[in-house]
Design a binder for this molecule. Sequence first.
Ligand code: UDP
Ligand code: LCN
Length: 791
Amino acid sequence: MMHNENFNLEPYQSALYSFFKMLLSEENRHLYLHSDIVDRFEKLCENHSELELKNTPMASFIHTIQEAVVIDPWIYVSTRFGPGRWAFFRFHIEALVQESVQIGEFLQFKEQVVQREHVDPWRLEIDFAPFQRDFPKLREQRSIGRGVEFLNRHLSTRLFADMRQGDNLIFNFLRVHQVEGQQLMLNDRIKNASELRESLRKVDLLLASKPQSHTWENVGHELQTMGFERGWGRTVAQIRDTMNLLVDILQAPDPSQLEQFLTRIPMIFKLAILSPHGYFGQANVFGLPDTGGQVVYILDQVKALEREMRKRLDESGLDLEPKIVVITRLIPDSGKTTCHQPLEPIAGTKNAVILRVPFRTETGEIIPHWISRFHIWPHLERFTLDVEKELLAELGGRPDLIIGNYSDGNLVATLLSQRLKVTQCIIAHALEKTKYLYSDLYWQENEANYHFSAQFTADLISMNAADFIITSTYQEIAGGKNSVGQYESYGAYTLPGLYRVVNGIDVFDPKFNIVSPGADETIYFPTTETERRFPALISDIEALIYGQASAECRGELVHSDKPLIFTMARLDTIKNISNLVEWYGRNPQLQECANLVIIGGHIDVQQSGDDEERYQIQRMHDLMNHYQLDRCVRWLGKRLDKRLSGEIYRYIADKKGVFIQPALFEAFGLTVIEAMSSGLPTFATIYGGPSEIIQDGISGFHIDPNSGDKVAEQLLAFFQRCQSESGYWEQISHAAIARIQSRYNWRLYAERLMTLSRVYGFWKYATNLERAETQRYLEMLYSLMYRQLVK
Ligand code: UDP
Ligand code: LCN
């Protein structure tokens, strides 16, 4: 009997039989995704209306199936009862046997689809679960992504259960802080935790008698003789405040006070941010292959972090300028970009720089050309060693925190953090495994073009090595009701013939924290804020949108009075822009109602050096020819500077237009928040981050890129409603602006990230967060698997 703790399936045995029989009857089909399963089930319900299967426990069970693997006479299914909660079953169609199976068995069966009888039962199985047995885990789904709160609560209770142990820990921790050879917080006049408590009492009496606005310069000397050093605060009032927090913690520890206290300790002065691939520059790079939101994100992040670091150093009484170094690869043949320059100051910051280090061949020659992110794996190890030297020289010492970006940057961050013994944070931006369907199962077929085997192995290593992980949304970690999270997809998967992962990462791990990015508020702001706008750009924008066709623009809009449907993205397959053209082309009513404006790629296919992009460019031309769209579609194949593209969003909003993001999958989607910040009603894919950014029908609209005709209908319905209902466009526009202002901004981001790095740094010092056992296992994986794969 199929036993399931959540559903009583006993009454539905014969219906289940019919259902599985139906799957088996499809010739040469072995794999079914959740949507296929639901689709087949609906057919079953139609054909057997007398069975009344809808709204039964069986229907609920069917909806939990994420994947079915069908090889006569067996059907194996993976079921998901919520984020991170999975169970696996198998069903024998002739013997009518149903039973639970282990994840490893499920994966092994799935391998048969690719490997037939050559499946190796002794294939390497990777399992991180045993290392985590004694490690605290979140329990509730709603807590996923709030790891630091949990960790703080859990570990403080555990540590301070023995007060003496807790006090000693804090005392020792306060003594390790130094900057540029200068001791901070405590000096050796205070010998232990009880002396610390005593000194805190005395110093408070002393400080109470001083003017509260006096600074360390006035009182520092006296404080030093009592055992205290710089770092507690700038003014007497701030110093007392921090010390009182500590007194409270030593008396009766409370996790939120501990967090507050840690945020005040000067721990982060120097930051290294890794982003090796792509063209990383500040101008003429957006839209180039592999160069998109990640670069925008990092440049904005650096500005916000520098501000926050400076504010905190200032508040702790230190006159030091923070230093941030963004490390990328140096590309000698970098066209009109600055990516051949070894060092470039970052505009809008005082002290942050881009440090470029070239990739070298085995014999040491510099590699001159751009390399796709899918092919850079063999270069990263040597790059790490070269970066280490240059980074230490640039910073004059070790960084206090290393942040990795994307699979390649995260791997380099891991290697560097291990070598330098520095806290490591990683940011995925986009995990490719969820973007490309069956990229794990059919990895061998894609190996030449994508090298997913190396990429997924690198991902697995860095996500397990990281001290903490920042994500932009909840769904990035744990998905939604019917969608698997990007990290969650690394929980279990198989690369047939290479290895199978039975416990890769647990979404309940407290290392996950959601810290969402924002959009640069000086560039992306509501269309109604007229005094901040750039009116001088309007004539340029009108020329771009309504001007004549040229080598860089295709299509000439005939009716300038119509609203505009706007999209902007790199032209790769996943962004799905050419399909948008097709949906628009197939709907003459929509063409009648609104024009389509696209920014992305190049008009001339010869100008692109990227295979995917070339294919998309050609397809765009074919579709525009086929549907004769030159009078209602304007396609700009050029890169615009940020100020201009910011003003374009607002121009489109002035004309009561909309923004559309039709991607097959979008990890987060910065264009979505840029458009919404500008007040544009936004239609964006349900696959990935946008489904969380937008509340459907309230602050924008969800669209399903697999149902293009329906998307065209949704757009048409929106424009029709705007015509018949005055104020509707404004309603959605205001809600979009409010949504972004409340949730997605860089100030909150920087505050949070700086707090997280301190709290994780503290717990890493205080406990065995580093998990030496895992570390050794990861080294083995790196050495025996990753290095072999990239040879
Ligand atoms: N962008 C741009 N010009 C282009 C295409 C994109 O300036 O031709 C910018 C866009 O404004 C956004 C970023 O590049 O800031 C794209 O980020 P997103 O997260 O939407 O997608 P990604 O490219 O990272 O997949
Ligand atoms: C990469 C992506 O694919 C986008 O979805 C994100 O918005 C971008 O990075 C920034 O994180």
